[in-house]
Design a protein around this ligand. Structure first.
Ligand SMILES: NC(=O)N[C@@H](CC(=O)O)C(=O)O
Ligand SMILES: [Zn+2]
Ligand SMILES: [Zn+2]
Length: 349
């Protein structure tokens, strides 16, 4: 049995760092493991312009612990008003690595997102064409928002209604389907051209909806897209461990304060940064595929984005340790996913 695992330092291609006094915890937690992270722009108000992103980047850098080697890769929030000029400005500034498409109303802080997905190829045509021209990827929260579509079907319907068409219309635009949760998404991405990739979270690899709902409702497992049935989890595990370069690591670590999760109407998002790589190792071990972890965590992401792979390494050992019950988060507390539980892989350096 493998007892120690050294890999090229990984990157997180989907991360929520939040802002203000949350940054002390979120940045330290990510920088512990990851060299770089694609930082999601769904702040309130959202990160819409290059100036917003650059100011946010400076706040992140200021909150980075001394001696930590961590580079935030900034993103802009795609709105109905995003212009080609904003894309060229992003390209020129150099620090913006992607734009994020939220269907308006699909998830946390998505109110400023795109309102008319059926006509996005038209209303945002020049913007998307500018992104393709500049080599700036479009990151997609792939769920429809129609109230009549069942929450468990929203990813599949999004693919069939919008994503297939978008991929056809913009054949040179890099598109990442973020945090995929279904066998349908695995199949779609696998069969799409090479400019289409996907991130997979640790929690969607390790858990399914039974973990959230059997024996009591566990709000810390609630995220969007919602955990699906076991057969979908299995398809994600197979995709992540397949060696296919289209699939790469994106934690979607998304902290909310304790009271916002443990509530009559709790927020969506799992805080996984305190043990993210450790949880991925557990999933890959489950599949007898620890030899595939490095490519998924450290190679496929930078290759897709056209960025250099990291040169340093991290080491995990097979050793029990306990996740804290609760973590200080500004003046508040955040409960990490699997709080108080014993994990079997430990990051040693
Ligand atoms: N994944 C989530 O459940 N929540 C994310 C938003 C997102 O990534 O959709 C958040 O910002 O809290
Ligand atoms: Zn999302
Ligand atoms: Zn997210």
């Amino acid at each position: 049995m493998t007892q120690q695992l050294t890999l090229t330092r990984p990157d997180d291609w989907h991360l929520h760092l939040r802002d203000g006094d949350a940054l002390a915890e979120t940045v330290a937690s990510a920088a512990r493991t990851f060299a770089r992270a694609i930082v999601m722009p769904n702040l309130r108000p959202p990160v819409v312009t290059v100036e917003d992103a650059t100011a946010y980047q400076q706040r992140i850098t200021a909150a980075t612990p001394q001696g930590a080697d961590f580079e935030p890769l900034m993103t802009l929030y795609l709105t109905d008003q995003t212009t080609p000029e904003m894309i060229y400005a992003a390209k020129a500034r150099g620090n913006i690595k992607a734009l994020k498409l939220y269907p308006a109303g699909a998830t946390t802080n998505s109110d400023s997102g795109v309102t008319d997905l059926a006509h996005i190829h038209d209303t945002l045509h020049d913007t998307l064409a500018a992104m393709a021209e500049c080599g700036i990827p479009l990151l997609v929260h792939g769920e429809v928002t129609d109230p009549d579509i069942d929450i468990f079907d929203r990813e599949k319907v999004f693919i069939d209604r919008y994503l297939r068409d978008l991929v056809k219309r913009f054949p040179t635009l890099k598109i990442v389907m973020e945090h995929i949760t279904t066998a349908d998404a695995v199949e779609f991405v696998t069969n799409a051209p090479a400019n289409v990739g996907a991130t997979i979270t640790a929690h969607h690899l390790l858990f399914n909806r039974n973990d959230m709902l059997v024996g009591g409702i566990r709000p810390h497992y609630f995220c969007l897209p919602i955990l699906k049935r076991n057969s979908h989890q299995q398809a994600l595990l197979e995709a992540a461990t397949s060696g296919n370069p289209k699939f790469f690591l994106g934690t979607d670590s998304a902290p909310h304060v304790k009271d916002a999760k443990e509530a009559a109407c709790g927020c969506a998002g799992c805080y996984t940064a305190p043990a993210a790589l450790e949880m991925y190792a557990e999933a890959f071990e489950m599949m007898n595929a620890l030899d595939k972890l490095e490519a998924f965590a450290s190679h496929h992401g930078p290759d897709f984005y056209g960025l250099p792979r990291n040169t340093k390494t991290v080491t995990l050992t097979k050793e029990d340790w306990q996740l804290p019950e609760s973590i200080a988060y500004g003046d508040d507390q955040v409960i990490p996913l699997r709080a108080g539980e014993t994990l079997t892989w430990r990051l040693v350096r």
